[in-house]
Design a protein around this ligand. Structure first.
Ligand code: SF4
Length: 243
């Protein structure tokens, strides 16, 4: 077997890392098994991709991102700066789904990085005692920012939804949490009165689905009642996760 030169390897490695970053990774996915068994050196040299993408879920998620490509399937592509695919751990048992990226997310290409994102991190890390990057995966119904932060339109949701479903099928979480009314209504295919139905279990594409308030709503209406509501919802999620 011919060994590729150093520059080719570095280029291949760089392209792969960029692809992982676009797929939402902050760490390089691999299985611990790799560190406990001997891997022939020539196989590691000839294919860094093979070595790093050994996690089946990670590989599938990267494939979904590749399939999405530089998407122009709906008109939201016209105003976006970045596609916001998702971020977190592809092995996570818990996936949060919001409605769509806002300005900060569009700028950075990452979900939930603005004020609402900080609140979500607080809910996950302080409220649930989990690690956002290691224990969860976070994504949205639509991957491009709706102008002026309006709700995504029906045809935009229809165009983008197959990628959300494929993301969930790749990750296979134990629990999916819909954040806010638009996400809950989209996933359940009906108008969901979120303040009435939050805290209740549903099913989406075979996954257990919990509905809760959006962290942006929580920031706007930062009442003891709403904070307790989200706290109670997350307690149910933790119980379902066996934590
Ligand atoms: S919102 Fe989804 S379907 Fe529409 S352009 Fe962005 S990635 Fe494509």
């Amino acid at each position: 077997m011919q060994t590729p030169d150093r520059n080719t390897l570095l280029r291949e490695l760089k392209n792969y890392l960029l692809l992982l970053k676009e797929a939402g990774y902050s760490e390089i996915p691999c299985e611990t098994e790799l560190f406990t068994k001997t891997v022939p050196l020539e196989s590691t040299i000839s294919s860094p991709v093979k070595i790093m993408a050994t996690s089946k879920k990670a590989t599938q998620l990267v494939q979904v991102r590749e399939e999405l490509g530089d998407c122009t399937r709906c008109k939201l592509s016209q105003g976006r700066k970045n596609i916001v695919f998702g971020s977190g751990n592809p092995q996570a048992d818990l996936v949060f789904v919001g409605e769509g990226p806002g300005a900060d997310e569009d700028e950075q290409g990452l979900p939930f990085v603005g004020r609402a994102g900080k609140k979500l991190t607080e809910i996950i890390e302080k409220g649930m005692n989990l690690d956002r990057e290691k224990d969860t995966y976070i994504c949205n119904i639509v991957k491009c920012r709706p102008p002026g932060n309006r709700d995504p339109e029906k045809e935009e949701i229809i165009a983008c939804n197959p990628f959300l479903v494929e993301q969930l099928k790749a990750i296979k979480p134990k629990v999916v949490v819909a954040l806010g009314k638009p996400a809950a209504s989209t996933l359940l295919g009906r108008n969901v009165p979120i303040t009435k139905e939050r805290g209740t279990w549903h099913e989406y594409e075979g996954f257990k689905l919990m509905l809760t308030l959006h962290p942006a709503y929580l920031l706007r209406a930062y009442t003891i009642e709403n904070r307790k509501a989200v706290h109670d919802d997350m307690k149910k999620v933790l119980k379902e996760l066996g934590k």
